[in-house]
Design a protein around this ligand. Sequence first.
Ligand SMILES: [Zn+2]
Length: 200
Amino acid sequence: MALGTATVPYEPRFDAGRICLDLLATTHPVERLDSLAPLRAWITGSGLVPPGTPLAHADAAWLTAFRELRGCVGQLVRGCLNGEPRSYDLGSALDRVNDLARAAAPPAPRAVRGEDGRLVRELAGPPECAALLAALARDVVELLTDPVARASLRQCEGDNCPIVYLDMSRGRRRRWCSSEVCGNRERVARHRRRAALARA
Ligand SMILES: [Zn+2]
């Protein structure tokens, strides 16, 4: 990748290591879930539903609900970044996530023959919003109750980058949400500093 302004930040990102963290990343660098088309694209791109799942029935209430859950994820995950969260750090966000996790069953996948005869994953029908929120909320529950995963939560070291990811790298030395985005930005900055020094 050429050094320069990365265009990657404007693509949806699915590299935080957990689907609930990918949801959290949709606030950065600008609100991505600002209309239904990007929400539908996010739902498919994140793997929450198989490719080709009908989502035409998603309406404005979905946007509100996904963003509300995202706010809860943010509070809970950021509460875990500096060691064990205290109960008052979690509060109503935890209740909300638990409610969503319990309120519906996540969409049930099934294996069917695709056009070429190979098995592909699909849903029995268009998923309900509550089912998708339940899948996300259960991912939050799994993350928060897994001590290894919880201890692997990191915030990107990039300037003003709020992205939280799961550092599963060997030796746990990952520093950036993405080497192509924040890692590259740091390399560009270092390159500029060296060039400026050389000119001085
Ligand atoms: Zn970053």
